[in-house]
Design a protein. Structure first.
Length: 332
């Protein structure tokens, strides 16, 4: 890691993000904690993204702009921002999200105050396209602050969930031990599990991260189509059947994460058992059965989405307001 005296690196991967990019950068430059660098990696954008980024980079030396010669896929672009980062602490920021002015200050203070914590996670405000707050939450991850790895794993393996911790402030040397964001849909779940296996989280009880929900975001425009999601992550069409089965990928990579990060035999066996219990839940088991079928024939997935939308329109009790807080499609 190159040393330049910077305490915090913010990685901002972007592709054709002219709609909200300037607001995201402005929120970084407005931080009360000033010892940071903003590393922007442009994945070959064809809109005004390059123009916007170069304008900010010319005006503030803390803004570093890197443009990939071609679209590498979202996974590689996220990884590129981390590779270029030099700070002691690291966090990602999506081009359509915002940071409250005190976000870095509060999160750095939490990590400085708790040397045994590997990341600092504030409360999250979900905002709409116009910036209006819809609700504030923590995704129920209080257990992730536990010193017991089994307690952290129990909450982080739970699915569906938001996985906001992907956008937490993390100690860079800890993040370097993970696989970052792998090139498959829902790899954020695996990254959060890896982080939980590596150490406890520090929770900052203030809504300092503003996560924008809008029609053009990845989870609405791409995630619902597995083939399109694979292209978004990889920028190629060469996908195997298993590549289009995110629930299978999550379980297999979680198994690998336990083998990689947990060395004590007794603790490892307890985590294997917890993972098995999770696999055998109705939600996970049904997806493990359905995903290979729908991946083999996309028409089945299309039909399933139509039925799902029809059921939502019927306003059945199972699809009530509580679902808003647990829908995995709200993730980036």
């Amino acid at each position: 890691m190159v040393k330049n005296g910077c305490r915090v690196s913010i990685g901002l991967p972007v592709y054709n993000g002219e709609n909200y990019l300037a607001a995201a950068i402005d929120s970084v430059l407005a931080q009360t904690f000033a010892d940071f660098e903003l590393v922007i990696c442009d994945n070959g954008s064809t809109d005004r993204t390059e123009e916007i980024c170069r304008r900010y980079a010319a005006a503030d030396p803390r803004v570093r702009y890197h443009r990939n010669p071609r679209n590498l896929g979202a996974s590689a672009n996220f990884g590129r921002t981390f590779e270029l980062a030099t700070g002691e602490y690291f966090r990602w920021l999506a081009h359509d999200d915002l940071l409250a002015p005190e976000c870095l200050e509060r999160c750095v203070a939490a990590l400085d105050r708790q040397p045994d914590a590997i990341l600092a996670q504030p409360l999250v405000s979900i905002i709409d396209a116009k910036g209006t707050t819809r609700f504030v939450g923590d995704d129920g991850i209080q257990q992730a602050a536990s010193p017991q790895v089994s307690e952290r794993f129990a909450v982080l393996v739970r699915h569906p969930r938001y996985c906001w911790e992907v956008f937490a402030l993390v100690r860079r040397d800890v993040m370097a031990k993970t696989g970052l964001l792998a090139p498959f849909s829902c790899s954020d779940v695996v990254l959060c599990i890896e982080l939980g296996l590596l150490g406890r989280f520090a929770l900052v009880p203030e809504p300092l991260f503003l996560n924008r929900d809008h029609p053009e975001r990845f989870s609405h425009a791409v995630l619902v189509d597995r083939a399109a999601s694979w292209r978004w992550w990889n920028n190629n069409d060469r996908a195997r059947l298993l590549d289009l089965c995110p629930t299978w990928q999550i379980q297999l990579h979680s198994l690998g994460a336990i083998r990689k990060h947990v060395t004590r035999g007794g603790e490892r066996r307890r985590l294997y058992l917890a993972l098995l219990r999770h696999v055998l839940t109705r939600h996970t088991l049904s997806r493990l059965v359905i995903e290979p079928i729908t991946a083999a024939d996309p028409r089945i997935q299309t039909l399933g989405r139509r039925v799902k939308h029809w059921l939502r329109g019927r306003k059945l009790p199972d699809f009530g307001a509580a679902r808003v807080r647990s829908d995995p499609e709200v993730r980036k």
